[in-house]
Design a protein around this ligand. Structure first.
Ligand SMILES: Nc1nc2c(ncn2[C@@H]2O[C@H](COP(=O)(O)OP(=O)(O)OP(=O)(O)O)[C@@H](O)[C@H]2O)c(=O)[nH]1
Ligand SMILES: [Mg+2]
Length: 199
């Protein structure tokens, strides 16, 4: 089933999992290091630059933001992890918020993991991927900001990451991506279309 994202709108933000509502539909969350391009990727899907706030400065999204694609389907923009300039306490709080959401959200069926192609698979990326596999959540990995590197480097990184991931799970797809140049958006859409979101 083809999903249409064009009328996606901002629904709400929460700062703690106590703010989670009962939702009978399906959620797909975007996660990744701070500044990896989660909010930009959501905007790219919805073809709306103003939907989720993006920023040059890491640590922009500190809440969990919900976007309604259709009545029974939401995209979720998670705070970024691993931004070294935040205090230890705030970093811990954000990580706890992310994992509390991932752990508790029954309607969460998949994760889109954004990584900067120049710095992929850092410790926290690996941790969240292992966690998702354990929780049986679907995962797709996007190597973002590919516009910043050469085609050769893109190929090399794609192969390295694919090999690494294949040893962990045969089901996780990895794609070159660029929100800026709209590279890989079609792959993301095609993959999400196979996730049985809209029946
Ligand atoms: N060149 C380039 N820049 C990008 C791309 N995607 C995002 N950016 C830029 O990277 C910065 C961070 O993007 P965001 O989408 O705000 O990143 P985020 O992961 O939501 O960041 P936090 O909310 O802080 O965790 C912004 O300045 C974006 O314009 C891309 O594909 N190419
Ligand atoms: Mg963001």
């Amino acid at each position: 089933m083809k999903i249409k994202y064009d009328s996606t709108f901002f629904l709400k933000s929460i700062s703690s999992v106590s703010g989670l509502d009962d939702f009978n539909g399906i959620e797909i969350a975007f996660c990744g290091r701070s500044n990896s391009g989660k909010s930009s990727a959501i905007n790219c899907l919805a073809n709306n630059k103003k939907l989720s706030r993006t920023s040059k400065f890491p640590g922009r999204t500190k809440l969990i933001n919900f976007f309604e694609v259709s009545k029974n389907f939401r995209l979720v923009d998670l705070p970024g992890y691993g931004f070294s300039k935040l205090s230890k306490l705030i970093k811990k709080k954000l990580e706890l918020l992310i994992y509390n959401y991932l752990d508790n959200r029954k309607c969460l069926i998949g994760l889109v993991v954004l990584m900067d192609i120049r710095n992929p698979l850092e410790t926290l990326d690996q941790k969240i991927i292992f966690f998702s596999i354990k929780r049986k959540i679907k995962v797709i990995i996007l190597l973002n900001k590919s516009d910043k590197v050469s085609k050769n480097f893109q190929k090399k990184q794609l192969l390295t990451i694919k090999n690494y991931i294949y040893n962990i799970s045969k089901f996780i797809k990895v794609y070159i991506f660029s929100s800026l140049k709209k590279i890989g958006v079609i792959n993301l859409k095609n993959e999400l279309n196979t996730w049985n979101i809209i029946k």
